[in-house]
Design a protein around this ligand. Structure first.
Ligand SMILES: C[S@@+](CC[C@H](N)C(=O)[O-])C[C@H]1O[C@@H](n2cnc3c(N)ncnc32)[C@H](O)[C@@H]1O
Length: 248
């Protein structure tokens, strides 16, 4: 656990409020846009109160989930939880599992830890950092039972496609983190991204598509319908779930 709130600094021009920034190492291509966010005094208070219980820092290096949660339980890792509504719901619905969420967007992290704290949720921790760095430096090999990537930024324009988080190199970086038999679960409402995911995953080494036709899977019951997805539905988009199992 990290009780350091170094990532929050008072605004320097004398106005009320604080600047907050996620943790990340220098990189040439990112799957997100860097925003040093501004938070209010109230939001800072939420971080002061709940970060020491829920926050994990990239700079503390490798974690031992059993030490963090004080028990041995299946581990679920979610990358890019947004505002965290569905992650919180899953943590509450599956108390027999432990959940770690990674998100670079500070308001989403703040909202999640504030609600989780008020509701007394115990099986959840968060990184406010780039998932690439967290995977590299913090998550032990063969530790994850379920990895979740829901509605990642689609980066629609062709020239931006390289910023999509789901790329062959990323998939291979994830692979050793999954336990044997662990499942990588993706969902998207952007058809071109779904096709890209399927193409990358169907040829990825040591992953087996859990759909019998090597295609998309039905939404498993544990995945709640996210706010993002509801919006997609209203816009008439489809939603595609992909489930791949790590089989070494
Ligand atoms: C389109 S939103 C979807 C949010 C949420 N999963 C949902 O379904 O509502 C994608 C999220 O991924 C986060 N993200 C993108 N790249 C990331 C990275 N490398 N590490 C952590 N979070 C990332 C973004 O900040 C954003 O909140």
């Amino acid at each position: 656990m990290s009780d350091s709130l170094d990532f929050i600094a008072p605004v320097e021009n004398g106005e009320e409020g604080f600047l907050i920034k996620p943790e990340f190492k220098p990189k040439s291509i990112r799957s997100f846009v860097i925003r040093a966010g501004r938070i209010t005094v109230g939001q800072k208070a939420a971080f002061d109160t709940w970060w020491p219980s829920y926050g994990l820092s990239l700079y503390n290096g490798a974690i031992d989930p059993q030490v963090i949660f004080g028990r041995a339980a299946p581990l679920v890792l979610e990358i890019g939880f947004g505002m965290g509504d569905s992650l919180l719901e899953m943590a509450k619905n599956e108390p027999d599992k432990d959940f770690i969420g990674i998100e670079v967007h500070p308001p989403g992290v703040g909202k999640l830890i504030n609600t989780a704290g008020k509701e007394g949720v115990k099986n959840l921790r968060v990184y406010m950092a780039d998932a690439m760095d967290v995977l590299e430096d913090c998550i032990p090999d063969a530790s994850i039972d379920r990895l979740q990537l829901y509605f990642p930024d689609p980066w629609h324009k062709k020239k931006h496609n390289k910023r999509r988080i789901l790329q062959p190199a990323f998939v291979q970086k994830l692979r050793p983190k999954l336990k044997s038999g662990g499942v990588f679960h993706m969902a998207t409402d952007w058809q071109a991204y779904a096709e890209h995911m399927l193409e990358v995953m169907n040829v990825a080494e040591n992953y087996a598509n859990l759909s019998p036709e090597n295609g998309y899977s039905a939404r498993p019951e544990y995945r709640p319908i996210t706010k993002f997805e509801k919006r997609g539905e209203r816009l008439g988009h489809g939603v595609w779930d992909l489930l791949f199992q790590h089989r070494p």
